[in-house]
Design a protein around this ligand. Structure first.
Ligand SMILES: C[S@@+](CC[C@H](N)C(=O)[O-])C[C@H]1O[C@@H](n2cnc3c(N)ncnc32)[C@H](O)[C@@H]1O
Length: 302
């Protein structure tokens, strides 16, 4: 029997597998009714290769079982799908706050199949620069084209972080270093070496005026996470040739942040998000955290 792998099979370009997995996680929670779908992403299912969407389609067929499915997803894979839903909701709120307080351009590093430019009304008409490897961005552009979607203000900026320089490509794409910006670095830092994270934060800082905001996710080495899950997730990442390269501790993160001229405004994990989005439930495992950085003082010229 022919197994339709969808656009990933038909197109030569493919998204990063980790990006497809994360969008698959978003699709699962987007298929559940409230209060579970804390950050509905109607584009996730449409953007991912068909195979990655099967769990979300199955979940969407039995809305009455949503409480049981949510419960089961809390235990399955250490609550990974819940983590993706909560992380998305937390970063969506950071976007709303940053735009509400003056950010007027957005850069998404390691954008993968992020659909915020399409789904968040706050970003409508605002320039959004999406940075990822060329093949990932081509896949996404092709898929959106197949879906007949016009992505108004969003501009793909293909590059390999850690090899290519941020500033020339971004400025050529229209980014304005003299204006306030919001940067999303979601699910990326774990795939970069410490050196690249440090250099990247400095490059971002050089492109930011005072008050610009960065939302950065990172995996903390000292957060208690089941060893089997660390082992399994590292194994999967290695197998799909996107190996984990850095888990940070709190001191290292602070060093990078302060060294690049940012103030660490917040640093949150699962317990904070559960209290906010699913009040009454208990914490669970922290797989990754989101910190918010604010550029301090005047920008030095790049
Ligand atoms: C786990 S995915 C996260 C995607 C998206 N931010 C999200 O949360 O849905 C990581 C993304 O980072 C991209 N990426 C990893 N290393 C990169 C690099 N050195 N340069 C550019 N993109 C990179 C991958 O291609 C992938 O799309």
């Amino acid at each position: 029997m022919f197994l339709d792998l969808g656009p990933a099979r038909r197109n030569r370009d493919r998204p990063a597998l980790t990006a497809a997995l994360v969008a698959g996680g978003r699709a699962i929670y987007s298929s559940l009714p409230p209060p579970y779908n804390v950050a509905p992403d109607p584009w996730a299912l449409a953007l991912i290769p068909t195979l990655f969407g099967l769990p979300a389609r199955a979940v969407g067929m039995v809305p009455k079982l949503a409480p049981q499915i949510h419960e089961a997803l809390g235990s399955l894979l250490a609550g990974w799908a819940q983590h993706i839903a909560l992380r998305t909701a937390a970063i969506d709120d950071i976007v709303r706050e940053a735009v509400g307080t003056g950010a007027d351009q957005v850069v998404i590093l390691g954008a993968g199949l992020d659909s915020r430019a399409l789904r968040l009304s706050e970003l409508r008409g605002m320039p959004v620069y999406e940075i990822d490897r060329p093949a990932s961005l081509r896949y996404k552009a092709d898929r959106l084209c197949e879906l007949g979607v016009q992505v108004g203000g969003s501009t793909p900026v293909p590059m390999v972080l850690g090899i290519d320089s941020l500033a020339p490509a971004l400025v050529a794409a229209g980014f304005r270093p003299g204006e306030r910006s919001l940067w999303l670095v979601e699910g990326l830092s774990v795939y970069l070496t410490r050196d690249v994270i440090g250099t990247l934060l400095q490059e971002v800082s050089d492109l930011c005026v005072s008050g610009s905001i960065v939302a950065l996710t990172y995996v903390r080495r000292d957060d208690p996470c089941p060893r089997w899950f660390r082992f399994l997730s590292r194994g999967v990442a290695f197998a799909v040739r996107e190996p984990f390269r850095s888990l940070l501790d709190a001191g290292e993160l602070r060093g990078f942040v302060q060294g690049a001229g940012f103030d660490l405004r917040s640093d949150e994990g699962r317990g904070d998000w559960v209290a906010r989005y699913w009040p009454g439930q208990t914490g669970g495992v922290v797989l990754e955290r989101v910190c918010v950085l604010e550029r301090l003082g005047p920008r030095t010229a790049p």
